[in-house]
Structure formats: C-alpha cells, structure tokens
Write a protein that binds this ligand. Structure first.
Ligand code: SAM
Length: 313
C-alpha cells in the first residue's frame, strides 16, 4: 500500500527513476563510496540488532548492516530495486536480510520490533513526514536508535548544482518539499522528529565528495542519464542539448582526478532515539481485570523535558 501523499513519488521510484537506479546499481553505490564507511560507522550495528533500512534502494546499506546484524529488513517503493537488492543479497549468501516493496510511511511494521532504523538518502521523500516518522518511531523498540543520511541545502551540494547549472535548470526546489533536500533544515527536522516520538536528536555534518564517474566521459554519461539529467535535457532542442552536454562535460573535466570525477557534497548524519517507556509502579485497584492488572507504562523523561502526566498523550 502506498499513501496517497506518496503516489507521485511512487510513480517515479517504481517507474523510470527506479529502473535507472536498478540498472546502474554499481554506479549509484560508487557515488556514495566516501559516505559509506562513515554512515556504517555511525549506524554501529551489532550482532544482536534487528535493523530496518528505509528506502533501501538496491540494498547496499542493508547488506552492509546484515553482515553485522541479527536480521535486517529493507523496504523500498521500487519493485525493480527490491528485485536487485534480493539478487545481490542472494549472490553474497546473506540469509539474514529480506527486502519488501512498500511505502515506509504507512508500512505495517510490527510495533517495537527493530533496534535500529537506518536510511541512506532514503527518508527525504515522504509526502507526510509527521506520519512517516511516527510510523518509524512505532517500529523501533523504546530507546531504539535511528541513523539517517540526508542532504544539506542545495547550495552546499555542488555535485547537484553543477548538473543544474550545466544543463540550464531554472529555479530550485522549494525548501522542505519532499525530495533530496527535504531534511536540510535541522530546526524543522528536530521539531518533526520530536513530535513523531524521537529524542536525543543530533546532526553531524558529513562533507565528502560524491563520485560521479571513473573519468570525464563516464561521469558525463552518468549525470546526463540520471532522472535529473534526463528531465533537464528533455526540455531542450537538439542544438540546446548538444551545448548543454558540452557544458556538462567541461564541468566534469574541471573536477576530474586520477581516481575519478569527485564533486563536493554536504550531508547530515541525523541520529535520534525512539522515546523510551519504562515499566513503573503497579496500577492500584485494577482488581481482576487482566487488561488493567500489572504495570502502567509512562514515558521516561530526559533532562529539560516537560513532564507529561501518565496516560496523557
Ligand atoms: C536516493 S535513493 C537511495 C537508495 C539507497 N538508500 C542508497 O543509498 O542507494 C532513495 C530511495 O528511497 C526510496 N523511497 C522514497 N520514498 C519512499 C517511501 N515512502 N518508502 C520507501 N522507500 C522510499 C526510493 O524508492 C529510493 O530507492
């Protein structure tokens, strides 16, 4: 099931965009080669962890987690990428990772069934962020961890601005709109996550380059073939397209090194904990009613947090 607010994203990711990602899985993974070890280090998965990878795509981060974890579930809107993720896990003989096509905003995760939620650039596309993060908070056990990689603002991400500029884009997405930059504003993200049931929210700036290709031709072809590249080039006539591709090639040449074409990026590593609840004193006078006997669950308070009376949401 896909939430109506994610219908447009689903038609892109479960359509042409997802097909391109599935067909070029290794290229997209290589683009994140510098981010990968740092993201995995922050995720810090251990052998007892049950992990949820949100927007897992072709499954690299889920497979990385599976090598350390007890079990991993990857969820993604794209059937093509889920297929690719399953194939790659099978090829590597990873038996503790499963992949499901679904919308993480409304996916019926078993409550409190995950120790860690991870997402490498997969949690910025929700049409209803409040609902989506509340769903993820419910899926985490109380006190469970969430580690997200999300892009900072567009102007801090040359790897996209150079493509936009070379291919003649006009304007940029409105701040906060679902898409790559939706989680760029720490204040907005903090407010959203707190309302969704997260605490201990932290932001760490991750400033490492994105690798767009092995050499100038490779990077030009890759950038032109992405969804962004195709949509911008598709608006131009033949002459305009040739000029835009020449500009793109010059830009890639300016960033070429012996190890490939690397262009600067800035991401947030966002960490948070699902609000813990503790078992406290027995409820008095509940008599023989088994539903009411036993313990009352109340939120554990963090320093500085206002007290909420037990039973009040
Ligand atoms: C930029 S890609 C990142 C893929 C992967 N995490 C990686 O690092 O290669 C974003 C992914 O999020 C997925 N996605 C977007 N919205 C989603 C949603 N509501 N539920 C599940 N997956 C979603 C897309 O299908 C896509 O695979």
């Amino acid at each position: 099931m896909v939430a109506p607010s994610n219908a447009e994203m689903a038609s892109a990711w479960d359509g042409d965009e997802g097909a391109h990602w599935a067909a070029h899985a290794e290229r997209y993974d290589a683009a994140m080669g510098a981010h990968r070890p740092i993201f995995n280090a922050r995720a810090a998965i251990t052998a007892t962890d049950t992990v949820l990878d949100v927007g897992c795509g072709n499954g690299e981060s889920a497979r990385d987690a599976a090598r350390a974890a007890k079990a991993v579930l990857g969820v993604d809107l794209s059937a093509a990428m889920v297929r690719r993720a399953r194939e790659r896990a099978a090829t590597e003989g990873l038996a503790n990772v499963t992949f499901e096509q679904g919308d993480a905003q409304v996916y019926p995760f078993r409550p409190a069934s995950f120790d860690v939620v991870i997402s490498r650039a997969g949690a910025m596309f929700f049409g209803d962020r409040a609902a989506a993060f509340a769903n993820l908070a419910r899926a985490l056990r109380p006190g469970g961890r969430m580690v997200l990689l999300a892009w900072q603002a567009l102007h801090r991400n040359d790897w996209i601005t150079v493509i936009l500029d070379s291919l003649g884009a006009d304007g940029s997405p409105p701040p906060g709109a679902p898409g790559p930059f939706a989680l760029a504003d720490p204040d907005m993200v903090t407010e959203t996550l707190v309302k969704a049931g997260f605490r201990n929210i932290g932001f760490e700036s991750l400033d490492v380059p994105v690798c767009l290709g092995a050499d100038v031709d490779d990077a030009t072809a890759f950038a032109a073939g992405t969804g962004l590249g195709r949509s911008l080039l598709g608006r131009l006539d033949e002459t305009g397209r040739a000029q835009a591709l020449a500009r793109l090639r010059n830009t890639m040449a300016a960033h070429a090194t012996a190890d490939g074409v690397h262009i600067g990026s800035s991401a947030w590593l966002i960490t948070a904990r699902a609000r813990p609840v503790d078992l406290v004193e027995p409820r008095r006078g509940s008599g023989g009613d088994p539903a009411r006997r036993g313990f009352v669950r109340i939120p554990v308070l963090y320093p500085g947090e206002a007290a909420t009376p037990p039973g009040v949401a």
